[in-house]
Design a protein around this ligand. Structure first.
Ligand code: PMP
Length: 392
């Protein structure tokens, strides 16, 4: 008898939606896949720090073997028990100073942060307004929260204004939750519109900078730094898993909120803390990232050039950042095109519903600091030919 799990898996496969894990071997900006070296165009290692073997050597050489308890692989307990250590506080302090925030609290990942902060801070009597394209971890955080929540159409500030006009008075506290750079559309939130709403309706702003940290702003602190509004964001979440080439996350907030989260955030309290070696590496890469002005400039030049070239060929793209999506519509088309791209030497993976809305399957290029324009200059023409059905 076929189990319901097999049936569901087959149904996914029939729709071209079966997800699989692919073990990859990384070689600098290239990945070895099915025996071939491909240019990795879907990495989140935006600053190229994850593949920088020299940097890793420098880091390991900097570790003093006499202090090897400071670079162990286990916290062995929650930070609320015996898993806390000075390295976590040193990292929080470094981030706090860079952002000029009152306080900072680490989480084990961006997922832990969003599912732990939202339910802890917002409950009965509160309303959370969340952009429809927000990351799954934000959505899951809202499912865990007792607060009422409504999702507004992506980037639709008119709808947000209407929702606030209608509902603000009914709730004690209202918060708008949004990503700064949307990972599947490569567009960005309009912070000035959000801050105007904050003023008008006395709401709080929760900003997830997972795809902004490292890339935007003079010191790479994200879109809020780029727009000069860091101090106006009530809750700013950053992650270490992307441009910072590690694992972990942080929230910049007030001291009161930090204390509250330490007492109420379940994904912080009931999990083992980050290991000392990771805390050390995070401190090392965070400091390095602050000074990577040249890399930020280079990424920005290349993604602008790619966006212009795609537009020049009439190829549908969206957004304004280093994440450059090409929307092709049908799941199968995205799947076929990604396979063709792989044959041409580029690692591109299809992005399909439910990660993106129905009918908007796509692939997305992420432009990283270890790329040069020559690596990708032929892409627009190749995509144009694929879309015309020439390149089969
Ligand atoms: N927020 C956003 C906007 C993300 O894109 C991601 C990861 N894709 C996360 C949070 C989760 O971060 P992490 O990978 O550190 O769990």
């Amino acid at each position: 008898m076929t189990s319901r799990y097999s049936k569901r898996l087959r149904a996914l496969e029939a729709k071209g939606r079966l997800r699989k894990m692919i073990p990859l071997q990384h070689e600098g900006g290239l990945v070895r896949y099915r025996g071939r070296a491909l240019l990795n165009l879907c990495s989140n290692d935006y600053l190229g720090l994850g593949q920088d073997t020299r940097l890793r050597q420098v880091f390991f050489q900097s570790l003093d073997s006499a202090e090897c308890d400071l670079w162990g692989f286990a916290a062995a307990s929650s930070r609320l028990l015996t898993g806390d250590n000075l390295l976590a506080h040193r990292l929080e302090n470094e981030i706090r100073e860079a952002y000029g925030s009152e306080d900072v609290l680490l989480f084990n990942s961006g997922y832990h942060a969003n599912i732990g902060i939202l339910p802890a801070l917002f409950g009965k009597g509160d309303l959370v307004l969340s952009d429809k394209l927000n990351h799954a971890s934000i959505h899951d955080g809202l499912v865990l929260s007792r607060a009422a929540h409504k999702r507004y159409r992506h980037g639709d500030y008119e709808q947000l204004h209407a929702l606030l006009t209608r509902y603000r008075a009914e709730y004690e506290q209202v918060v708008i939750v949004t990503e700064s750079v949307f990972s599947m559309d490569g567009d960005e939130v309009d912070l000035s519109r959000l801050l105007a709403l904050k003023q008008e309706f006395d709401v709080k702003i929760y900003l997830d900078e997972a795809h902004g940290v490292g890339l935007y702003g003079e010191n790479g602190l994200g879109k809020a730094e780029e727009k000069g509004v860091l101090q106006e964001i009530d809750f700013l979440v950053g992650t270490f898993g992307k441009a910072l080439a590690s694992v972990g996350a942080f929230i910049c907030c007030s001291k009161e909120i930090r204390d509250y989260l330490v007492n109420h955030s379940r994904s912080l309290i009931f999990t083992t803390g980050l290991p000392p070696v990771t805390l050390n590496w995070n401190h090392f890469v965070f400091k390095k990232m602050l000074a990577m002005h040249q890399e930020r400039k280079q990424i920005s030049q290349i993604y602008r050039q790619l966006r212009d070239a795609l537009k020049g060929k009439g190829i549908a793209t969206r957004g304004s950042t280093n994440i450059v999506p090409v929307i092709v519509g049908k799941d199968r088309t995205a799947l076929n095109m990604a396979e063709q791209m792989q044959e041409l030497g580029y690692l591109v993976l299809p992005v399909r519903p439910p990660t993106v809305p129905e009918g908007t399957a796509r692939f997305r290029f992420s432009i990283c600091a270890d790329m040069v324009w020559q690596d990708i200059e032929e892409l627009p023409e190749k995509i144009e030919r694929m879309l015309k059905g020439v390149c089969r």
